[in-house]
Design a protein. Structure first.
Length: 237
């Protein structure tokens, strides 16, 4: 939500900037409000890359223009997205990764002059011979699984993610804390799953991986046991 708010603030600033004819430098307070402090020390431009759930596009032109913006094919090249400029004269844009497209096609606009991204080596020519920069988007990130998941007839599914090729077990009050009775299945590299029928009531459990006892990282309900270790809580209706 903070990143989305920062992006909307950027769009609003572009309208003001266009009217004034320049892009102001950002001070520390502005960066703090925009949650982009990581970019304040950026001293060189580079090819576009993914940063969190955004695409970071950078530019360090010479001479320094009054403003730089990007326009995208999936928006019909109609909307200009302003770049910010840090103290090292690096212009940068954090553009939210759009849904339902596999690549970004875009052009840059500097003081009204349109062109390709000089930092991006990947480009194509449109039917009129105009160069269009291209950035391949990563595969959509899969949402993390929920754990535990209680199904009908008191079947419970546990999920755990760690290094591939490990022996991972579920130990809990429902199996008398046996550390080896219920081994999880590695359904794909690094993701382990166990489906187990559990009696109704409140139970406590933990995962055992590489000899280490761990609470369920996907389950926020935790308590301390008699030994002072944190264990996860499972409620089966």
């Amino acid at each position: 939500m903070q990143r989305r708010t920062a992006y909307l603030l950027a769009a609003a600033l572009f309208l003001v900037t266009t009217a004034l004819g320049s892009v102001p430098r950002l001070d520390a307070q502005q960066f703090e409000r925009m949650t982009e402090l990581r970019l304040s020390g950026l001293d060189e431009a580079g090819p576009p890359r993914v940063l969190d759930d955004h695409v970071l596009i950078t530019l360090k032109p010479s001479p320094t223009p009054r403003y730089v913006a990007a326009v995208f094919a999936h928006e019909g090249y109609r909307q200009k997205h302003v770049f910010y400029r840090n103290r090292n004269d690096v212009y940068f844009l954090m553009y939210p990764i759009p849904e339902s497209i596999e690549q970004l096609e875009y052009r840059l606009v500097a003081d009204g002059l349109w062109g390709r991204d000089p930092q991006n080596p990947v480009a194509r020519l449109d039917p009129t011979g105009v160069p269009i920069s291209i950035f391949e988007l990563p595969e959509p990130r899969e949402a993390p699984p929920e754990s535990p998941v209680v199904h009908e007839e008191r079947y419970v599914e546990f999920y755990f993610e760690t290094e591939p090729g490990r022996r991972v077990f579920v130990s809990g009050s429902f199996n008398n804390w046996d550390p080896y009775m219920h081994r999880m299945t590695e359904e794909r590299p690094g993701r382990y799953r166990l489906r187990l029928r559990v009696p109704a009531g409140t139970h406590y459990y933990e995962f055992i991986s590489a000899g280490e006892r761990l609470p369920d990282p996907l389950n926020e309900r935790r308590v301390y046991n008699r030994e002072g270790n944190r264990v996860s809580v499972l409620q089966v209706p």
